[in-house]
Design a protein around this ligand. Structure first.
Ligand code: ATP
Ligand code: MG
Length: 443
């Protein structure tokens, strides 16, 4: 019986023809983060469940409804629903916070949340994210926001709005919670069931509720900005000033509370209204209490995460350009064993120098091989027939122009091919073509 197993709902395959889109986002995000002094960190795909309970927060949707948890030999593990908790855990476990501060790390990873799959909302999705630990200063907030903005700009995205808010510290929040409770208590009967519980445990979560009725009620709720203590208020004012200096446009939106519990002071989102309800492409903020909460010293920190799938949806919609995928530089059409061995040895050397070289592995005839070379878009082809082998030279054909150059099949082949290749590059540069490929260099 044929096996007919499909990928699970809410997961995606990225095929070779599309992978350059992902690589474009990853390359630009990496390079931008690097230019701001961030280095990459890699963390496990699963962690002890308790890590997420304690950091993301027990009253959040993520912990209450969305985590994939397995019981494995009496230990509870959870597939990471986000990257911050694991990253901070890794910083603590490896003593990074005892080194030079601020510590700056970024990551590209998959996250897992049991949600209802739809466009831009998956069960396995990918984030580019980063965390900076050690600085209490609003200049760090401005730095992180400007980094995110830089990535969006370099990807060519337009019309992405930045919303910022401050959700204060535990001191100002205590007063705010009281005001919220008083407000919602009066309309308790109209709230959804989950919000009843939120009202008790964490009334700010009601502001994040997706139910239209709760959203309508929340419209007139007191806003946190009216409850900020002096320190939090000043922090927010400074941040706005820095963003202004940097020429970064922002909108203050007091309704942004973010879906995770660990935030303090600054929270922000980059949102587009061009892709429907799933328009938040980046979310982040400050979490000054989290490190201590996870057993570390009192070290302030902040970060953000971007949803790569959502970025790609907006990039497609806005027809942003992707870096061109790598194509075959040179294809050797072979006839017989001696010819194949020659192709192997020359290809080996060319590959050492970074060229993408291919030859026949299917035992096809010359005509079929040339058809294949065309299909894969080879820049140059060489036929290694009996004549070529006996003369020790072969014609290297530029598949675009049809022009041919004879090159000897000895140890000078690579150098001669390289100059041919370089000239072609220069010609296409003169024709105004960009060298926007994924290699980042001439090839
Ligand atoms: P949303 O309100 O859309 O559910 P969130 O507040 O749960 O987002 P975060 O936890 O802040 O999202 O994650 C950061 C980013 O990761 C989001 O801004 C979004 O771009 C992306 N993201 C979150 N959940 C998903 C998902 N299920 N599928 C695809 N991308 C997601
Ligand atoms: Mg969510």
């Amino acid at each position: 019986m044929a096996i007919n197993i499909k990928r699970p709902n809410g997961t995606e395959d990225v095929l070779p023809k599309d992978v350059h889109r992902w690589q474009t986002v990853e390359k630009i995000a990496r390079e931008t983060a690097d230019s701001f002094g961030f280095s990459e960190i890699r963390i496990p795909t699963f962690e002890n469940t308790e890590l997420f309970m304690r950091s993301v927060g027990e009253t959040t949707d993520v912990v209450q409804k969305e985590m994939y948890t397995v019981m494995a030999k009496e230990t509870k593990f959870t597939l990471r629903p986000e990257g911050t908790a694991g990253t901070i855990r890794a910083m603590l476990q490896n003593g990074l916070l005892n080194e030079a501060l601020p510590q700056r790390v970024y990551y590209i990873l998959s996250c897992f949340r049991h949600e209802r799959p739809q466009a831009g909302r998956l069960r396995e999705f990918h984030q580019f994210g980063l965390e900076m630990a050690g600085s209490p200063s609003p200049s760090a907030d401005a730095e992180v926001i400007s980094l995110a903005k830089n990535i969006l700009d370099r990807l060519g995205l337009k019309n992405i709005k930045l919303y910022i808010n401050s959700i204060g510290c535990p001191t100002c929040r205590a007063k705010y919670h009281e005001a919220l409770r008083n407000y919602f208590e009066n309309r308790k009967d109209e709230l959804c069931e989950t919000c009843h519980e939120r009202l008790e445990k964490n009334p700010m979560r009601i502001l994040d509720c997706k139910s239209p009725v709760c959203q309508e009620i929340a419209k007139n709720a007191p806003v946190i900005l009216d409850f900020l203590c002096d320190e939090c208020g000043e922090h927010f004012e400074k941040l706005k000033k820095y963003l202004g200096n940097l020429g970064i446009e922002y909108n203050v939106n007091p309704k942004i509370v973010r879906g995770l519990d660990y935030y303090t002071k600054t929270v922000f989102e980059f949102v587009t209204d061009e892709i429907g309800a799933q328009g938040t492409v980046c979310g982040g903020g400050r979490y000054d209490g989290l490190i201590e909460q996870l057993g570390g010293q009192k070290v302030p920190a902040l970060g953000f995460a971007m949803g790569i799938e959502r970025l790609l949806i907006v990039m497609d919609k806005q027809k942003c350009e992707f870096l061109t995928p790598r194509k075959c530089d040179i294809y050797f059409a072979t006839m017989g064993d001696e010819s194949l061995e020659k192709a192997m040895s020359i290809s080996h050397e060319l590959r050492e120098y970074g060229y993408r070289a291919e030859f026949d592995l299917m035992g096809r005839g010359i005509k079929a091989q040339m058809k294949y070379a065309n299909k894969i878009g080879a820049s140059f082809t060489v036929v290694l027939g009996d004549n070529e082998l006996s003369q020790g030279t072969a014609k290297v054909k530029d598949m675009e122009t049809g022009g041919e150059v004879e090159i000897s099949l000895d140890d000078k082949f690579r150098v001669n091919f390289e100059s041919l290749y370089f000239n072609k590059m220069m010609d296409s540069l003169e024709d105004g073509e960009m060298l926007n490929n994924l290699n980042g260099d001439v090839k």
